[in-house]
Design a binder for this molecule. Sequence first.
Ligand SMILES: [Zn+2]
Length: 319
Amino acid sequence: MKKKPEISMYYLDGDPFVWQPKQLRADFEAMRRIGADSVCISVLESHTSDYPGKVALARSAGLKVYAIPSRVGGFFAGWPKVASLFAARHPEYLVLTRDGRFQDATAGSVCCPNQPAFRAWFLEWLEKLLDESGVDGVVYDEPKEAHVPCWCPACRKLCPDQDEAARVRFREASVAGLLGEACRLVKRSRPDRTNILFVMPDATGHFKTRILEQPELDYFGNDGPVCHQGEPEQTHQKTSLFDSVPAIFRLADQAGKKRFTLVETFSIHSGAMAELARNLPRVAEWQADLYAFYFYGTGNQEPERVMELSAEAIARIKG
Ligand SMILES: [Zn+2]
């Protein structure tokens, strides 16, 4: 019989700058009450000193804890959406366009994995975080700009090919390679630690293949909405999880990875609540190995109702 799925809460709202232990404790206890087994807690590159304290609180509430390195080197998504301090201090390590400009990215700039000094800094940062916090694993949240070719001196040397498509493939392999090294580091630090990676639905097939080749990666999946997000008149929408999950899980199955999904319950207008109520119970049908739900996503007009519906979906998954 298939093991029961693990339920995790995606926790980005415990203010990373000012927080009170009693508030976090109450949040973690609330997560346990609705059936969470674990929590994914965001951590910024420049703000790690109080992270072990947060992890200890979650553990004392009975939750496993996964770290979400957010915006580290501009390399990941995550929250809050800030520019990387390392990237700002070291423009010499940034991804460059063909004409030598800094590649514009979703949060400032993004560092190139082929720059040895950036690689070393990132892996040291991660190792220190693992040692000091005692987390049970790491979530690699939407590696950024993997599809953008890099023309920095290091990449020009390693990949002399001038063809744009060849350079995109080279960059995707480079990004996947560094993530694979991070996964190795996580396992070396403690073999029972877990590596979880998810991509945006529009990640290329080549990038997904390169990621799935990384032997130390445990979980693979994606994130996305299950109802309309934003103002009612907003027409541009992200790909629904109902459209993206089947293909992503097929890839995970073929590569022998466990299935992960993150249900995006944020930016939900009151007008979309009926759609959310209809669709959330259906996520149980996907048979993920690890389901993550937002614990109070940002921008919801009816935050308590969204959490109630999430709790009902969790109860249904847990059977
Ligand atoms: Zn480069």
